[in-house]
Write a protein that binds this ligand. Structure first.
Ligand SMILES: CC(C)(COP(=O)(O)OP(=O)(O)OC[C@H]1O[C@@H](n2cnc3c(N)ncnc32)[C@H](O)[C@@H]1OP(=O)(O)O)[C@@H](O)C(=O)NCCC(=O)NCCS
Length: 161
């Protein structure tokens, strides 16, 4: 398996994973145009984990221009949750974010009910910074309670790099 920057040819597979039945309780959907725009946006990085011809997961980070040292993990999803693909992408995302000398923090929003993802983030040193009741919306427009997590460079560097 390799992790590489996504290309236009990967967008269909990325969208299929993003739209996996059940994932709508965890995050909304980017349109195809938004996904393609991420690929050329200097503020963003889009990673794919590839096994042969199969995209096993993807990650979107943003804030490389606008983040003022805080990079956001904007989306992370595995084609088959529970197999470690998300962890591989997360390792790469952390390394990519902190490879920028100005990055002091990697942060993310996660639905409070997403206990699997929260477990994975906490396992990686992310700390719950705040709760945002009704801070997000489901794809059907329902309010979703959000947990906001952050990972500081010093924690990543000394414990998780
Ligand atoms: C979150 C996600 C990216 C993690 O990637 P992954 O490849 O599944 O992660 P792993 O297989 O390395 O680890 C899964 C862990 O969750 C644990 N887990 C599984 N179900 C769980 C649950 N309901 N509650 C708490 N922990 C759970 C597993 O035991 C495992 O932890 P352990 O290895 O410490 O025992 C992936 O599950 C995914 O794509 N989920 C759906 C989309 C999503 O929620 N994305 C994140 C949005 S912020």
């Amino acid at each position: 398996m390799i992790i590489r920057a996504a290309t236009d040819a990967d967008v269909d597979d990325i969208m299929k994973i993003e739209r996996t039945p059940g994932f709508e309780q965890f995050f909304g959907w980017f349109s195809e145009g938004e996904h393609r725009a991420h690929l050329i946006d200097p503020d963003c990085r889009v990673l794919v984990l590839v096994d042969g011809d199969v995209i096993e997961g993807f990650a979107i980070l943003r804030g490389f221009v606008s983040g003022e040292g805080s990079i956001r993990l904007n989306r992370l999803a595995a084609r088959k949750p529970g197999g470690g693909s998300g962890q591989q992408l997360l390792d790469h995302a952390k390394a990519l974010a902190f490879a920028e000398p100005t990055t002091h923090r990697l942060w993310l929003r996660v639905a409070e009910t997403n206990s699997r993802a929260r477990h994975v983030y906490e396992r990686n040193g992310f700390v719950l910074e705040t709760r945002l009741p009704a801070g997000g919306k489901s794809t059907s427009g329902q309010p979703v309670d959000i947990a906001l997590y952050g990972l500081l460079r010093e924690v990543w560097q000394f414990e998780f790099a």
